[in-house]
Ligand binder design. Structure first.
Ligand code: GRF
Length: 178
């Protein structure tokens, strides 16, 4: 059973839902995340840092809430905070992230802009297991796309998201089948 963490618009969450994957809980670090509107009848939890004494406390509460709902695999679908050990130790080797670059190149929150600034000819999406680093951890799958000469951050990110929406449900489905 899958728990999804979101911070933003939630198009990758939507792809998981459309793919029929067993999402049983959705959590966010932001109460105003548009992604939460996609939840339908799936329980949602909001874990804003300001309501906790520390990141570790917030992450422990979020992980315990997911576990109480039966979550076995956590998918970060546009979740914009680094998870602390207090979260990761509750889900060992069971947290997956999707990132809009060909990792290990261009980690971080501005990956699309950074790739255009660097003038790369190829971009893509990566699905990887999460460790304590920023967009590090073993790579599970990648897909490449060409960068166009007239690409803007918006146009490139939109094309990357198209491949994320196929890649992420496929990899998560494979993990569920194990
Ligand atoms: C995606 O590009 C994902 O790779 C990155 O954040 C973006 C989330 O988009 N980590 P969305 O909220 O799923 O639309």
């Amino acid at each position: 059973m899958i728990g999804v963490l979101v911070s933003g618009t939630g198009t990758n969450l939507q792809a998981l839902l459309d793919g029929g994957l067993p999402v049983v809980a959705i959590a966010s670090n932001r109460g105003d995340a548009r992604a939460l509107e996609r939840a339908g009848t799936i329980p949602t939890g909001v874990f804003e840092l300001r309501d906790y004494g520390s990141r570790a406390e917030r992450d422990a509460a979020m992980a315990e809430w997911l576990r109480s709902r039966g979550v076995e695999l956590v998918v970060l679908a546009g979740y914009m905070h680094v998870l602390t050990p207090s979260f990761l130790e509750r889900f060992p080797d069971a947290v997956v992230n999707v990132h809009p670059s060909l990792l290990p190149e261009f980690p971080g929150a501005h990956a699309v802009e950074d790739q255009l600034r660097a003038g790369v000819a190829e971009s893509g999406a990566t699905v990887h297991l999460v460790d304590e680093g920023v967009d590090t951890g073993p790579i599970l799958a990648q897909q490449r796309i060409p960068v166009r000469p007239d690409d803007t951050p918006e146009s490139l990110h939109a094309r990357i998201k198209e491949i994320e929406h196929a890649l992420l449900p496929r990899v998560v489905g494979e993990l569920c089948a194990r």
